[in-house]
Design a protein around this ligand. Sequence first.
Ligand code: SIN
Length: 344
Amino acid sequence: MAAVSTHPPHPKPRRQWLAACAGAALLPVARAAMPLPEITLRFSHVVAEETPKGLAANRFKVLVEQRSGSRIGVQVFPNGQLYGDSDEMQALQLGAVDLVAPSLSKFGRIGLPEFELFDLPFLFDDLSAVRRITLGPLGQRLLQGLERQGLVGLGYFDNGFKQMSANRPLLEPKDFVGLRMRVQASQVIAAQMRALGARPVTLAFSETHQALGSGVVDGTENPVSNFWTQDMHQVQSDLSLTNHGYLGYAVVTNQRFWQHLARADRALINQALQEALGFANQIADTQNASALAALRQAGNVRVHHPTPEQRQRLRRAVQPVQQQLASRLGQRWIEDLQAALTKG
Ligand code: SIN
């Protein structure tokens, strides 16, 4: 059941970068004479520790342990050490872990395709537009849908905007033609790649570096912090800053586990989590910016900026994806989405 992490070795500059991030993110925690925790929460995720998600999980651990006087412990399992994309949700449903934070693109596979609204390309101009969904009634309705799967959605947080990578610049639709592009398990992202003339290949996050390196796929998309921390620059020569789509997460727990907790513990955990998610939202932009700076410094990937006209051509090419999603989910979801976005 446990997935073996295929996280590749890190080059030296990235280790220095990790040390800087960790120093900035972690609060001091007293180590001496700590009692054994009465409750231990297992938090599993698939990315590196020095990403917005990794840092949020570590911050959550520190806050919970400090505030509970170590009566409640948190074990964080990063990098898919315990479970990967294909089994983390099932592990949560079975109670093998207590918290996961999958990307919003990965909820379709457990029967909640409406979360793929977030994947629509060129939907959000900026993060304040994302907040109109995540902090509003539509965001709450999406989280409530998790109850159908025996789960509880505790909140959203950002990684940021995705960029395209391959062994050539990807600046307009013709650049994508014939490429096999790794995608998350989201029909919207698959449709986006098809609309651009590429062939989508769904792969787990942990398999992506290797698949790029061996030529199983030609390219992929992700925010820069994921690109950098998976050492994708070692297997891709070109990164195009298209900012074409959003990558965010929902933190999810198991209903049975959650209801079983004492009310005061639930409140403490929830408060710590909301603070950790707020922290992640504050640092996500800078994490991506410093990952880009580190990437430039490492020097083995060419970074491209599409012109406004090229971006416009990309945007036009992927327009049919929205209608395809409307046909699958029902027009009502798209109308509610548009209404929430225009409310300002
Ligand atoms: C993540 O950020 O959790 C992984 C995203 C991906 O699978 O590309």
